[in-house]
Design a protein around this ligand. Structure first.
Ligand SMILES: NC(=O)c1ccc[n+]([C@@H]2O[C@H](COP(=O)([O-])OP(=O)(O)OC[C@H]3O[C@@H](n4cnc5c(N)ncnc54)[C@H](O)[C@@H]3O)[C@@H](O)[C@H]2O)c1
Length: 564
């Protein structure tokens, strides 16, 4: 291929995507980037210069005046905006690619190239200038070494790695152009439109509220709360995992509007939903000085939402709260509808209150840091809405689930919005579960028993228990002649494709016993007058509540399921 053929092919393959150069300070992003842009006849944009222009301050001033978290947030917004204008060559600051959401936008709209340089090369180049905020204090070489350790594993996620050596930059430019023209690692698909933003209203009269769904909402939280709920103090509650990825963004956003009262970081996991942690949390919220008009802001999965929502429900006899769900399960289910509570040795969620949030902010981009197993577990609740009342949605999921799992794109937003709208409709009809809100428990009577049997441990996540429970609900319905044959197989096949468990034998614990599981099912909240309420089905998308399945029928069914 001649040089001009390589340039033409590279540009065709790029389409509207931008070339995004990532790497540490001194790796040559600006100098190589400018030459590359000139070679390809594309504009060259330096993201740092754009950030300085947008803030009307130098980067050093932004760091000094507002701190790093504020800078990263502005950087994310600027890069996101710039990526809509491709194709171009975009040089990003050294820390930009570390931000999961920025990485995601680059994946969707660009071809990322890591310019890798070793320590001596970097040090020689950067020590010629003194404008780098991260190298101004202490031992610059030690700082650089630390940055290499922290960032190189993430830079390695880039589509292409090119070594930046002490040699003419044109050599690196040649290599990039050739690889853009020929390498199968270069993403060539169309750029993704930004995820749409949606809002679902939970119609509960004077306690109605909105669920906002969009990518990037977390950094707008302060402004959203101020405009909708006033200038109030916010006590943030989160867990260690979520704090690591997202707390700084939320705190910055609240601080920038003057709403931040403090953050309380809990231990992650179901074990935190207990009386002791509830007491500690409630007292710490009081210590933050939260008053009646103020807000508790749970930032986390269902555990944090349930626990902190409950604390808000009893603090000063009930103060408002704003849910910021960060797991898929929490975005589609637990953050909406006002059920809050904790577990006791007697069972799950047996202590709690109905307390509706004042606003739910579901930022889809935070799901990019959610572990894949947790994402799959949350998906079980998404599928539940199709299975209980919307056959068309279930078919859509069968055809689009890859999109839901990939890249924070429109399919994910649609799945969340459809799920929240389904829950909203049911909650508006039956807020406190005296009627058909019980349908939301499809798969839960079995699922909760499996969770109790495995001691609420990592062996079985809530959503995984529900996935198995839903398969059982379909199989039991078929056995009882309520549902045509074939539906249970379809549900099972879909969950298997996702990687969800579908049988009791899929739970990594031996010794399942039908009588014990039946006993644990009896602990479920869905017991009334000693009778268990089962959510059964007439088919996909057609669930109903049944109170007259004889215990012996269920026990015999469980025996067969254990042997399955
Ligand atoms: N209130 C309701 O209506 C309702 C409905 C369904 C479930 N629930 C409850 O929800 C709980 C399960 O919720 P869950 O599945 O979200 O569990 P979870 O809150 O334990 O979160 C799952 C794990 O993912 C981590 N995590 C969450 N968001 C993350 C992110 N963005 N990046 C990285 N890590 C992240 C958490 O730290 C945790 O380790 C159960 O207690 C269940 O009873 C309540």
């Amino acid at each position: 291929m001649t040089e001009s053929e390589a340039i033409d092919t590279a540009k065709k393959r790029l389409g509207k995507r931008s070339i995004v150069l990532v790497g540490l300070m001194g790796c040559g992003k600006s100098s190589i980037g400018k030459r590359l842009a000139a070679r390809l006849g594309l504009p060259f944009i330096d993201a740092d210069e754009e950030i300085e222009r947008a803030a009307a301050k130098t980067i050093n001033e932004i760091f000094a005046d507002h701190g790093e978290a504020h800078f990263r947030d502005g950087e994310r917004k600027v890069i996101s905006r710039l990526l809509s204008n491709g194709p171009q060559v975009l040089a990003t600051g050294g820390g930009a690619y570390m931000h999961p959401e920025t990485r995601q936008r680059i994946r969707e709209n660009g071809v990322s190239i890591w310019l890798r340089a070793d320590l001596p090369v970097l040090m020689r180049r950067v020590m010629k200038r003194d404008t780098r905020p991260l190298l101004r204090e202490g031992n610059p070489e030690a700082t650089m070494r630390k940055l290499i350790e922290a960032r190189y594993p993430i830079y390695a996620e880039a589509d292409m790695t090119v070594d930046s050596r002490d040699e003419p930059h044109d050599l690196a430019v040649n290599e990039i152009v050739n690889r853009l023209a020929t390498s199968s690692a270069v993403p060539t698909g169309p750029v993704q439109p930004p995820s749409p933003s949606r809002s679902v209203r939970i119609e509960l009269g004077d306690r109605a509220y909105d669920v906002l769904i969009a990518s990037g909402l977390l950094s707008d939280t302060g402004a959203l709360i101020k405009s909708r709920l006033g200038a109030v103090k916010c006590g943030v509650v989160t867990d260690e995992n979520v704090a690591r990825h997202h707390l700084a963004t939320l705190e910055e956003s609240l601080k920038s509007e003057g709403l931040f009262a403090g953050s309380i970081v809990m231990t992650p996991g179901e074990g935190t939903k207990n009386f002791r942690d509830l007491a500690t949390l409630s007292e710490r919220l009081l210590e933050l000085g939260l008053e009646r008009g103020d807000l508790v802001v749970p930032l986390g999965g269902g555990v944090i939402g349930d626990l902190a929502g409950f604390a808000a429900g009893i603090l000063r006899r009930g103060i408002r709260f704003v849910q910021i769900p960060t797991s898929l399960l929490a975005q589609v289910d637990s953050s909406v509808g006002g059920k809050t509570g904790i577990n006791t040795p007697q069972g799950k969620n047996l202590i709690g209150v109905f307390h509706q949030p004042s606003l739910v902010i579901a930022d889809t981009s935070v799901l990019t840091t959610l572990p894949p197993r947790q994402m799959r577990a949350g998906y079980a609740e998404v599928a539940k809405y199709g299975l209980l009342g919307d056959a068309k949605f279930f078919s859509w999921l069968e055809n689009n689930w890859q999109g839901v799992f990939g890249n924070n794109g429109p399919a994910l937003t649609k799945a969340i919005e459809t799920s929240v709208a389904a829950k909203a409709a049911i909650v508006a009809r039956d807020e406190t579960e005296t009627g058909d809100r019980a349908l939301l428990n499809l798969g839960h009577t079995f699922g909760h028993a499996f969770e109790a049997w495995t001691g609420y441990s990592d062996k079985l996540l809530h959503g995984e228990g529900i996935a198995i429970g839903m398969c059982l609900a379909f199989r039991l319905s078929e056995e009882l002649g309520l549902c045509p044959a074939g539906n249970a197989d379809r549900v099972t096949a879909h969950f298997k494709a996702i990687g969800l468990p579908t049988r009791i034998a899929d739970i990594p614990q031996t010794g399942a016993d039908a009588d014990e599981l039946w006993r644990l099912m009896g602990q479920d909240k869905k017991v009334r007058g000693g009778k268990l309420a089962f959510i059964l089905v007439r088919g996909i998308g057609d669930a109903f509540v049944s109170r007259d399945v004889p215990p012996d029928t269920v026990k015999a069914f469980l025996k067969r399921e254990i042997a399955r």
